[in-house]
Write a protein that binds this ligand. Structure first.
Ligand SMILES: [Zn+2]
Length: 215
């Protein structure tokens, strides 16, 4: 199963400030981290390296030297660092490329339990809509002509509103099976280009996340 760890580096600075202000300077780093983990305000982000699901998957990307993991936690496009796997409690269920004679322009992360969809990087939510094909779908603009799309959410979280600023690791909503799918999974796209009003995110170019370099 996929393992998850806490991406402590991006914990809100406020959490650290609180600990310092409370006079906990003698806490060991491990104790401090544990305290932050237990804080309800702490932002937890999966930094688990990507692992394929146990079942056979379409377009499997190459695995690493350990024969199991694929990469992550971050990839870079136009200088923007993005989570390769912006979700919790998932495994990779489909890679990018041709699948059953059709182009699969994203990658799929399947959850068997109750995983969440996370923002891959800081940005502004351009689209938070429900469509017949992608179900409950979010598109975020990260600057430098870089965008990400998240599809098939079960619902939208409170911060996931069109026009809202969002931080890396914030929950966009639970992974679902809305739209044209029967399997609970996140369809994730990394996009670039010029966002043209009227065409929106569907005028952008897609990228193979597993073809992008690490920071
Ligand atoms: Zn997909």
């Amino acid at each position: 199963m996929t393992r998850h760890r806490i991406f402590r580096a991006i914990l809100p600075a406020a959490s650290l400030a609180l600990i310092v202000a409370a006079g906990c300077a003698t806490l060991s780093a491990a104790q401090a981290a544990q305290r932050e983990d237990n804080s309800p305000s702490a932002t937890s982000v999966s930094t688990a390296v990507v692992e394929p699901c146990p079942m056979a998957i379409a377009n499997p990307p190459p695995v690493g030297a350990d024969g199991k993991t694929i990469g992550g936690p971050l990839v870079v496009l136009n200088g923007v660092e993005l989570l390769l796997q912006p979700a919790t409690k998932v495994c990779l269920s489909s890679g990018y490329g041709q699948r059953n004679g059709r182009a699969h322009r994203g990658v799929d992360y399947h959850t068997r339990t109750s995983g969440d969809v996370l923002a891959a990087a800081d940005g502004t939510i351009l689209e938070a809509t429900t469509r017949a094909d992608f179900g409950a779908m979010i598109v975020i603009y990260h600057g430098s002509s870089v965008y990400t799309r998240y599809a098939h959410l079960a619902s939208f979280s409170a911060p996931a509103k069109q026009g809202a600023r969002i931080r890396r690791g914030e929950v966009l909503g639970p992974i679902g099976a809305t739209g044209a799918t029967s399997v609970r999974h996140l369809h994730y796209e990394i996009l670039s280009g010029t966002y043209v009003s009227g065409v929106g995110s569907f005028g952008l170019a897609t990228h193979n996340p597993f073809g992008l370099p690490s920071p």
